[in-house]
Design a binder for this molecule. Structure first.
Ligand SMILES: Nc1ncnc2c1ncn2[C@@H]1O[C@H](COP(=O)(O)OP(=O)(O)O)[C@@H](O)[C@H]1O
Ligand SMILES: [Mg+2]
Length: 504
């Protein structure tokens, strides 16, 4: 049915109402049917009663005088007039009985029990199978009483034709009535179901739209029952959802722009930290190049002077000077490679040897440290490989080394010393870098990892070094970068996981 398409609740309510009404109507029908049947039999009995009265009346003489011929004659006559009467029996107490049929009659000593069972003080009737007529009949038994003495009973068997006709009529009426009632029940059930289901279907439709992201729709169902209340609170809820959805959208937008701003800030920081690292590296390069450049300059200018003076230098000395120039140039080109490697943007994670990375980084700062008389003490107690980005690890390490150098210079430490110690702890490969510059003040130590925090002069410090080192070690490599003060100075510990993180 078109009505019920996609309206499951309507169908359910309809079914319940329909079946309930049908059940009650069915019980009512059955009751009506039997009471109607009873009525028909009652009307037949009334008719039979008046016939019996007439028969007894016309036969009074014959009965009192016990004149069988008279009784027979009258009865036959009567049956001739009323074709529906099939048989008449005069059953006398303790005497013979007259059994009269349409075509014959007999004088019997005893009549069948089917008949005698119905002989009572009051008139009685029943539909029976007549043993003498061999068919079903309506049987009426009437007690014959004259001046307080019972003479006997009058039995009348009436044909069932009339009864069947009435019954047939009743069936016809019932079917018509049933169809009408069925139609009314269907209509009624549908309207009641619709009345209940409509607001629910409507709310359901709205809910579907909400799922699609439409929050503007409202239920327009108005009633002061529970369904009306439901629609009301539903609308109220929708209003709240719509409002919070709008707010969510707004804050989402804000969040997006915040994140974008954050990304931009982060990118700027990375850029700045790279520039700062490069600046420091240029300082290191300057120190590293000072010596080989002076070797080259000395050798070259010596050779030039000899050439200008026209002195004939011996070949061996000349080759020695040239070898010095070549060696120094080679050294320069090698340091360039070292620095280039250091700035390589290699983000691949790998297992790498900590000791080797420390040695590589120390080589880059060796000349700078020597220039400032900084001694480096090393102690490697593990050769376990760590998992991370080796280049970024070097950058963080150089930051820390460079800070230590700055600290010993700034505090004018007489015998500046940096102790480097590697060890293994709780599945981490750790590197401890300790200087003897006196440590970091308590109010400063809390902020050293903040971006742009520096205690150095503008031209010297950027405040990005430790922030970036922390990001590199903790976010990019799932390691730890911690700081503390020892008796001598500041202690930085870099810990990297030995095993690859299971979530990576
Ligand atoms: N070894 C150290 N000894 C004392 N103070 C230090 C040491 N390392 C870092 N600091 C402090 O932490 C601050 C932040 O360092 P960093 O982030 O590298 O920035 P910058 O070196 O540009 O100042 C430094 O300004 C300094 O005050
Ligand atoms: Mg620094």
């Amino acid at each position: 049915m078109v009505f019920f398409k996609n309206k499951k609740i309507l169908v359910k309510i309809f079914k319940v109402i329909f079946l309930t009404i049908m059940l009650f109507s069915f019980i009512f029908y059955i009751y009506m049917f039997f009471s109607q049947k009873k009525e028909i039999i009652k009307s037949l009995s009334l008719e039979a009663n008046s016939i019996a009265n007439i028969i007894v009346y016309v036969n009074t003489d014959g009965i009192i005088l016990n004149d069988g011929y008279k009784i027979l004659d009258y009865s036959k006559n009567f049956m001739e007039k009323d074709k529906s009467i099939k048989s008449i029996i005069f059953s006398k107490t303790n005497e013979k009985n007259y059994v009269i049929k349409r075509d014959t009659w007999s004088y019997e000593n005893k009549i069948d029990d089917t008949y005698t069972n119905l002989e009572k003080d009051q008139p009685s009737y029943k539909i029976i199978y007549s043993p003498i007529l061999k068919e079903k009949v309506f049987h009426y038994v009437f007690p014959i009483i004259f001046s307080d003495t019972k003479w006997g009973w009058l039995h009348i068997s009436v044909s069932l034709d009339k009864y069947n006709k009435l019954l047939e009529n009743m069936y016809g009426n019932f079917i018509m009535f049933f169809l009408l009632i069925l139609f009314i029940i269907i209509c009624l059930s549908y309207f009641i179901a619709k009345l209940f289901a409509e607001p629910i279907i409507h709310l359901n439709e709205i809910t579907k739209n909400i799922a699609k992201g439409q929050f503007e729709l409202r239920s327009n169902y108005k009633s002061n029952d529970e369904l009306g209340e439901l629609a009301n609170s539903f609308n109220h809820m929708l209003q709240k959802i719509e409002l919070s959805h709008k707010e969510l959208k707004k804050s989402n937008k804000q969040l997006k722009s915040e994140i974008q701003k954050g990304f931009r800030r982060e990118a700027l920081l990375i850029q700045q930290s790279r520039l700062a690292a490069m600046g420091e590296m240029i300082g290191n390069i300057a120190h590293q190049w000072r010596q080989p450049l002076s070797v080259i300059t000395t050798a070259a200018s010596g050779m030039k002077l000899i050439k200008e003076l026209g002195i004939n230098e011996d070949k061996k000395a000349e080759v020695e000077k040239l070898t010095g120039i070549i060696n120094s140039s080679n050294y320069l080109s090698k340091t360039i490679d070292d620095f280039r490697n250091f700035f390589k943007e290699d983000k691949e994670k790998e297992y790498f040897n900590i000791k080797q990375k420390v040695e590589d980084s120390l080589r880059l700062v060796k000349d700078t440290f020597e220039f400032h008389f900084i001694k480096v003490e090393k102690n490697y107690t593990t050769d376990k490989k760590a998992y991370g980005i080796s280049n970024e690890y070097s950058q963080a390490l150089l930051n820390i080394l460079s800070n230590a150098k700055d600290a010993v210079i700034l505090n004018k430490i007489k015998e500046p010393k940096i102790k480097i110690y590697s060890f293994e702890k709780d599945n981490y490969v750790c590197l401890r870098i300790e200087d003897n510059a006196g440590g970091i003040k308590n109010n400063v130590i809390k902020k050293i990892f903040d971006p742009y925090f520096t205690t150095k002069h503008k031209s010297q410090g950027t405040g990005i070094g430790l922030y970036m080192s922390k990001v590199i070690i903790e976010q990019n490599m799932h390691g730890k970068l911690e700081v503390e003060n020892s008796k001598e100075g500041a202690v930085f510990t870099i810990s990297l996981p030995i095993k690859k993180n299971t979530f990576e």
